[in-house]
Ligand binder design. Structure first.
Ligand code: SF4
Length: 162
C-alpha cells in the first residue's frame, strides 16, 4: 500500500495530467468474462487528462474470455517476491509468468509516458489495489500489477476510492 489516505490518493489523481488506467474501467470488454466495468465516475475523474489504458492480462497474451485466475499463497507483493503464484481457479493451471509479464508491460507503459498515478480496478488479481482474490477469498492486498506499480513509486488509486 502507498500509505496515503484516500483523500491524498484522490488529490494525486486530480492533480495528475496523465494517468494509467485499467482498460476495463474505460468500457473495454477485456475482463476474463468478456465484460467491461465501464464507470461513469472514472470517466468523470479523467476528464481533461491524458489516459494510458492498460489491461495487464490481455497484454500478456491471455485471451478474452479466459479462465478466472486467483492468487495462491499470497497477494501481489508475494507473487513478485516469488513467494506466491497465480493460477486458474478451475484447472489450477499456473499463470504466474503471464501475470508477471502483464505487470512489467504496465510498468513499461507508465515509464514511457511519465505516469505517476494509476487508476485501477479493485479486487482484480492484477489490478486490485486494496483487495484481491487469494486462495478462494478476497483479502487485503494488491494484485500483481498494482503491487509492481506501487513498488516502483506510482500512486495507485482504486476505482472505489472515487
Ligand atoms: S482488472 Fe485489469 S487485468 Fe482485469 S480486465 Fe481490467 S484491466 Fe484487465
Amino acid at each position: 500500500m502507498s500509505g496515503l489516505t484516500r483523500e491524498e490518493r484522490v488529490a494525486a489523481l486530480r492533480e495528475a495530467s496523465v494517468v494509467l488506467v485499467s482498460a476495463c474501467l474505460l468500457g473495454e470488454a477485456c475482463r476474463y468474462d468478456a465484460k467491461s466495468k465501464g464507470s461513469h465516475k472514472v470517466i468523470q475523474a479523467l476528464e481533461g487528462k491524458e489516459v494510458v489504458p492498460v489491461c495487464p492480462e490481455t497484454g500478456a497474451g491471455l485471451g478474452i474470455p479466459r479462465p478466472a485466475v486467483e492468487l495462491k499463497g499470497g497477494a501481489g507483493a508475494e507473487v513478485l517476491a516469488g513467494l506466491a503464484s497465480a493460477a486458474e481457479v478451475e484447472s489450477g493451471k499456473d499463470q504466474t509468468k503471464a501475470f508477471l509479464l502483464g505487470a512489467e508491460l504496465a510498468l513499461a507503459a507508465a515509464k514511457r509516458f511519465g505516469v505517476r498515478v494509476a487508476l485501477l480496478k479493485e479486487r482484480s488479481p492484477s489490478c486490485g489495489t486494496h483487495g484481491t482474490h487469494v486462495d478462494g477469498r478476497v483479502v487485503r492486498g494488491q494484485g500483481v500489477t498494482a503491487a509492481l506499480l506501487a513498488q516502483s513509486g506510482l500512486i495507485v488509486v482504486s476505482d472505489e476510492d472515487l
